[in-house]
Design a protein around this ligand. Structure first.
Ligand SMILES: [Zn+2]
Length: 281
């Protein structure tokens, strides 16, 4: 299928969505939300977009053991989520931005830039759990069900005649810039923390990651924070959640050594290849 066909297909889904109507229950909150896209449409859309997004993020890190490690941690999270029956793919990409994102239908990407800043398997689990919670809540499908999302997809489709790079940036840019509400983010943080703890990881690691973002952001703007609320507030409510719900967090796994061996040693000895293009930096 050509890129142009794919974009037309995406537009087709968007237009079909306009002719349908309905609501869906957010599994994280039990609340009803506007939803004009079926789960199977959402998954097909994510599967169609995934190769382009992966390419725009400078491609998957070409190491089977490293990818297997990321996926293993991710699948542990997915298996204790509200939707263990859905399909999830966790992929480490070469991009040096500090970022992670989730596509509709279960594709989660985490960048080399962010992985290099993490210090433990539990911190990795926290990031993957936050993204998994966005997928379970169908936050991107809700956003696409609103006018802004449909417009963005139509603009992307209309760009179909303007060369491949422009189209790719349109579709990818939409997802890179997709901003959920503050409430969606807090729900993803809280459900994510519960998922990581249920999967056996020390929930304090999620607080540490927020503190790391807070520190780095003093030096330069962090890409992850361009689409997320300020870390100060998140450190506060996540610390409160640990205190309220997890009396013995340190009994759960942190996994500093495992993360160093499986991830940091590889990244240090295999710098990002020059041939890759930092299209979004
Ligand atoms: Zn988020």
């Amino acid at each position: 299928m050509t890129l142009r066909t794919r974009l037309c297909w995406i537009l087709g889904v968007a237009l079909l969505a306009l002719s349908a109507s309905g609501c869906a229950v957010n599994l994280l909150t039990g609340a009803e939300e506007p939803m004009f896209m079926s789960v199977s449409d959402e998954m097909s859309l994510g599967n169609q977009m995934a190769p382009q997004i992966e390419k725009a993020l400078n491609g998957a890190i070409p190491d089977e053991a490293l990818q297997h490690y990321i996926d293993r941690v991710g699948q542990r999270i997915a298996s204790v989520s509200h939707r263990p029956d859905w399909e999830y793919h966790y992929v480490a990409v070469e991009d040096t931005m500090i970022n992670a994102l989730a596509l509709p239908g279960g594709h989660v990407y985490i960048t080399r830039g962010l992985l290099e800043k993490l210090t433990s398997e539990a911190e990795l689990a926290g990031v993957l759990a936050h993204e998994t919670a966005h997928i379970v809540a169908r936050d991107s499908a809700v956003a696409m069900s609103k006018e802004m999302g449909l417009n963005a997809l139509m603009v992307a489709a209309a760009a179909a005649g303007r060369g491949e790079a422009a189209q790719m940036v349109s579709v990818t840019g939409y997802f890179m810039m997709l901003k959920y509400s503050r409430t969606d983010e807090q729900e993803a943080d809280e459900a994510g923390m519960d998922y990581m703890a249920a999967a056996g990881y020390n929930p304090k690691a999620m607080v540490e990651t927020m503190q790391m973002f807070q520190e780095l952001d003093k030096v330069r703007p962090i890409e992850f924070l361009s689409t997320h609320p300020s870390p100060e507030n998140r450190v506060r409510y996540l610390s409160e959640r640990v205190a309220a719900r997890y009396p013995d967090p340190d009994a759960l796994k942190t996994g500093k050594d495992e993360f160093k061996t499986a991830m940091l040693d590889y990244l240090r000895t295999h710098p990002k290849p020059k041939r890759h293009r930092d299209s979004l930096e």
